[in-house]
Design a protein around this ligand. Structure first.
Ligand SMILES: [Fe+2]
Length: 297
């Protein structure tokens, strides 16, 4: 018998959640999750994955999004899946605690690829001169656009990862180029452009199926609707919608954020810039969706 008194077997502190492994044995794990308000978590299907997955909410309000729509879970509500057949996305509307039980161990999975990649993305964000939470903002806004554009929960989940990790390839760009205050030479700009391809490579190397899929989107986040982007000069329908969304959101955030070396534009100035580049740099449907969200808020 093993009594756990506030001392879990293993504890993982992530940016917006805490995971405590309370019990593990014979392939089963019991993990206490504490999500801070606004944090997202997901159950995802996987090939050869036949596990039972169960969660029970202990406190707070947890919004569940699946193909069946949205439902708010409260204390005592539970979800079972055996196996998980689609992505289910959970968003903490308040601080939430829930117990998660799975018959196939995956605590190590959290501590490896996804968390490592997220930590790497945050380091890149800082190195690139963003002052705060660029990756989080990209993720938030791209999720809203994805919902308006009718993506299902599986697509939203992968885009969520890609949105957070879009610039992870910049970890391979030398500091003296990334942080160069003056104009870049053509050769230096060519190296910066490689962050799209490097991002995909880094995510592919994790061997995590979701990160591999996200990598395909990451590679395309600087393509342009008119085919003048990089790295592959794809155009229009050749560009994944998820990537087209991240392009718009990334551009908007880059324009409106104060960087270490310059002040950001006002929102109105950035809106004009987005409208001006609709159909050339940006996918027109994504720009329309972007402005429809603004009208609602
Ligand atoms: Fe980028």
């Amino acid at each position: 018998m093993n009594i756990v008194k506030k001392n879990p077997l293993n504890k993982l502190l992530m940016k917006n959640m805490e995971l405590s492994l309370l019990a593990s044995g014979d392939g089963t794990e019991v993990i206490l999750h504490k999500l801070y308000a606004g944090a997202r978590w997901a159950m995802a299907p996987a090939d050869d994955w036949t596990a039972l997955e169960h969660l029970t909410v202990m406190s707070g309000r947890l919004l569940m999004t699946s193909s069946a729509g949205e439902v708010v879970l409260g204390r005592g509500d539970s979800v079972n899946a055996c196996p998980v057949k689609e992505h289910m996305i959970f968003t903490a509307e308040t601080e939430v605690e829930f117990l998660y039980v799975t018959s196939q161990p995956q605590f190590h999975f959290y501590s490896n690829s996804v968390k490592d990649m997220m930590d790497l993305a945050i380091r890149v964000e800082e190195k690139d001169g963003y002052t705060s939470n660029h990756c989080d903002r990209i993720k938030e806004l791209s999720m809203k656009l994805g919902k308006v554009m009718g993506m299902d929960s599986d697509e939203l989940y992968i885009m969520n990862l890609a949105g957070f990790l879009h610039d992870v390839g910049k970890v391979k760009v030398p500091d003296e180029i990334l942080k160069k205050p003056g104009k870049l030479t053509n050769e230096e700009y060519d190296i910066i452009k490689m962050h799209t391809v490097w991002g995909r490579e880094i995510l592919t190397e994790t061997n995590n199926p979701d990160l591999i899929k996200a990598g395909e989107i990451v590679e395309q986040h600087h393509e342009r609707f008119d085919g003048k982007g990089y790295p592959h000069q794809l155009n229009g329908g050749g560009i994944r919608t998820e990537a087209a969304i991240i392009t718009v959101v990334d551009a908007f955030d880059a324009m409106t954020t104060d960087r270490v070396y310059r002040k950001g534009m006002t929102h109105d100035e950035a809106f004009e810039e987005l409208a001006r580049n609709k159909g050339t740099m940006f996918h027109p449907d994504v720009i329309d969706a972007f402005f429809s969200i603004l009208k609602e808020s």
